[in-house]
Structures are given as structure tokens and as C-alpha cells.
Design a protein around this ligand. Structure first.
Ligand code: 13P
Ligand code: SF4
Length: 306
């Protein structure tokens, strides 16, 4: 039997021996952060995936993230750490639905949140992530934008870009929409001096009450640099724990105890061990035409997001 520390040491030894790069989304648990080569938000992971020198990439996150790595590096072996880890939002809209909407709005540029399937990306014009969405939509020449699938993130973008005509569909993150204005009022009453930092996947009435809105990495950077001492965190609750480790002199409170993404939580350190050992995970395989078409959408994001 291994202790956590011994298992981590074994993973670190094996990943070097087998030339594996471990990428972890910020919502992964702290024991996984400690063995990762890079931890970040969706945008950071996409950029890092394109640069990783190793022949094998292990994605500790959800399926669309592993697929993005494969699309950017088709020559690499890409593993999803736990085959069950999907993003429910990415499954909300498919090619058939969006093809129909595109026929109704032919003069709109289709902007897809990166939390979409690779198949859906093949018929979209550009991808965005929470940290790049405003800048990318701003940089698009067309005034007419169809933003899918997250209407809450889309509303947040639209509020900042009144010059754009942004059409939204009814999709969103089931984890972030659990946080309500009631939660905001209760948390502010319990912690009157705390700043409220939220992810723009939250409901607009929650996002509008926040002192800072941004991606997971954005929230963490803000809290690290801020002179304030207390923060209410309106995103997946792992971020509360990570910040508490990093800033022991500050206090972090979850906006709601229910903000847990069960898909992000599926991956365990034992899964990571099995993957680097070569006996676990799912190797990502996508049809060549899907990879080629979806790549245009992701490449445009990386160009417009610079
Ligand atoms: P970011 O990593 O862009 O902050 O997005 C959060 C998220 O929900 C990823 O699935
Ligand atoms: Fe998907 Fe929301 Fe979980 Fe992110 S937090 S993976 S958007 S369900």
C-alpha cells in the first residue's frame, strides 16, 4: 500500500521515465496539482497543450479538454485520466441543433465556448474560454454573434460589449447555476468584509453582484494579489481549498457548499497513477476530418486571443 506522498513520488518518477506531460485543470484536487507539469484554466491548458514537448499528454480534467489537446497535437498520444469525466454543458447542444439555428441566422458569426464537443466545433467559427471570450468577441469584425452554449457567460460578454448584437441559446453549467442571489446575501451577511469573486458561468444576477468576475485562473490571481483578507469564492469549491493552501494569511469561503463539479471530481490520484503506468485512462481518438475542421475553430481562438 502507498501513502499519498509515495504514490505522488511514483507518479513523478514514471512520468519522467515514460515522457508523459500531466496537465491538470484548476478544479482538480490538490494531490493531483502537486504531480502536474501545468495547472490552469481552459485557455492556459489549450496553450500549454500546443507547446508540451512530451510525446504523451495526460489530461486531468474533462473530455472536451483532452479532445482539445488531441486536436492541437494529433501526433501525440493523449489520455483522459478518467473515461467517465465529461462536461454536461458540452453535451447540451449538437451539430443538428446548431445547423438549424445557423440556417435561420446565416449572417451571424458562431462563437463556441470551448466546453463543446469536437463535432460541434467543426461547424463553429471560433472558440472562446472564460478568460478570452470578451477579447475575442471584441476582435471579431462581424457585429452579429451567435454565442453557444452558455447563455450566462454569453450574457456577461454581451454586458461588456454593447456594440455587438449577441444572440444566446438556453445552455449553461449545471454546477455554477446552483449559486443563487440568496447564497450571495447569506454569504455577505456572514462575511461582511469579504470580496465576492465569481466565475462568469454563474447566473447574471450573481455575477452582477461580484467584486471580480473571471476565469478560475483569474479568480486565483486576483485573490493572491489583493490586499483584502477575506474572499467569498463563486466557482467550483476546489478553488477555495487551493487558495487556502497558497494564502494561509487570508480566509476563503465557498459561495455555496453545493458548487461541486462531480465530473471534475471523478479523477483520483490512483487514476493518474494507472495512466502513467500504462494501465488506465482512455486514449483519445478522433476522426481526421473532425480534427481538421475543429482545429480551425481552436486556432482562431489562439490567434484572436493573443
Ligand atoms: P475556466 O477553466 O475557463 O475558468 O472554465 C471553468 C470550467 O468550468 C471548465 O469546465
Ligand atoms: Fe462542465 Fe461546469 Fe463541470 Fe466545468 S464546472 S466541467 S462547465 S459542468
Amino acid at each position: 500500500m502507498f501513502t499519498t506522498r509515495e504514490l505522488q513520488d511514483e507518479i513523478i518518477r514514471l512520468k519522467k521515465e515514460k515522457d508523459v506531460c500531466i496537465l491538470a485543470h484548476a478544479y482538480q484536487s490538490h494531490d493531483i496539482w502537486e504531480v502536474a507539469d501545468y495547472v490552469g484554466d481552459s485557455y492556459g491548458l489549450s496553450k500549454q497543450a500546443a507547446m508540451a514537448p512530451q510525446k504523451t499528454v495526460l489530461m486531468c480534467g474533462v473530455r472536451f479538454m483532452a479532445e482539445t489537446v488531441k486536436i492541437l497535437s494529433p501526433e501525440k498520444k493523449v489520455l483522459l485520466s478518467n473515461a467517465q469525466a465529461g462536461c454536461p454543458m458540452a453535451e447540451q447542444m449538437d451539430v443538428e441543433l446548431i445547423s438549424g439555428v445557423k440556417e435561420k441566422y446565416p449572417d451571424y458569426t458562431v462563437v463556441a465556448y470551448i466546453n463543446t464537443t469536437s463535432e460541434l466545433k467543426t461547424i463553429c467559427d471560433v472558440c472562446v474560454t472564460s478568460s478570452s471570450a470578451v477579447q475575442i468577441v471584441k476582435n471579431i469584425e462581424n457585429k452579429n454573434i451567435l454565442f453557444i452554449p452558455d447563455c450566462n457567460l454569453g450574457r456577461w460578454v454581451a454586458d461588456q460589449l454593447p456594440e455587438k448584437n449577441i444572440k444566446l441559446l438556453q445552455g449553461g453549467c449545471p454546477t455554477h447555476v446552483r449559486m443563487t442571489v440568496r447564497d450571495v446575501e447569506a454569504a455577505k451577511t456572514a462575511h461582511p468584509d469579504a470580496l465576492l469573486l465569481v466565475h462568469p458561468e454563474c447566473l447574471p444576477e450573481v455575477t452582477r453582484r461580484a467584486d471580480y468576475k473571471g476565469s478560475t485562473t483569474g479568480i486565483m490571481d486576483f485573490a493572491r494579489k489583493s490586499d483584502a483578507k477575506e474572499f467569498i469564492i463563486g466557482t467550483e469549491n476546489s478553488i477555495v481549498q487551493h487558495l487556502q493552501y497558497e494564502c494561509p494569511d487570508k480566509k476563503f469561503y465557498p459561495l455555496s457548499k453545493d458548487c461541486v463539479c462531480h465530473n471534475m471530481k471523478l479523477t483520483t490520484l490512483a487514476d493518474v497513477y494507472q495512466c502513467v503506468l500504462g494501465t488506465g485512462g482512455e486514449e483519445i481518438s478522433l476522426a481526421p476530418d473532425v480534427m481538421e475542421k475543429a482545429r480551425r475553430c481552436i486556432d482562431t481562438m489562439l490567434t484572436l486571443g493573443q
